[in-house]
Design a protein around this ligand. Structure first.
Ligand SMILES: [Zn+2]
Ligand SMILES: [Zn+2]
Length: 126
């Protein structure tokens, strides 16, 4: 598979039996449908995002990239909770592409959210 942003080689990374594709050059991450949701829920999954966030930001500006699986133009998306996270989503296969550092960013928010939720539950119990 070729990277939709820099045309680099995408390499297979397996985390908890979930296969992700990661670009060997820009370190962008490709998730098949719903893989992102599964991964966000697994502890430590941010370790797959090894890229440099500042180079990820550069690629973030590259829009109108084509889906590496089906070749159709992907749609620019904005994360519903963190509006500074822009990613691309394929309207055909529902895969998503995250630039380096974005998945880690997304994941950190989820950890914080869960912590707040935990504190809230604790408070209710006391
Ligand atoms: Zn790339
Ligand atoms: Zn696609």
């Amino acid at each position: 598979m070729r990277c939709p942003k820099c045309d680099g080689d995408m390499e297979r990374v397996i985390f908890h039996e979930i296969e992700i594709d990661r670009c060997s050059l820009c370190r962008g991450l490709w998730f098949d449908m719903l893989e992102k949701e599964d991964l966000v829920a697994i502890e430590g999954s941010e370790t797959i995002d090894i890229g440099n966030p500042s180079s990820g930001k550069r690629y973030n500006k590259l829009q109108h990239s084509k889906c590496p699986v089906c070749g159709v133009l992907m749609l620019p998306m904005i994360d519903k909770d963190q509006h500074h996270i822009h990613y691309e989503s394929c309207p055909t296969c529902y895969g998503t592409f995250f630039d380096a550092g974005e998945f880690r960013d997304l994941k950190e928010f989820n950890v914080v959210e869960r912590f707040i939720e935990m504190v809230r539950t604790l408070r209710q119990n006391f």
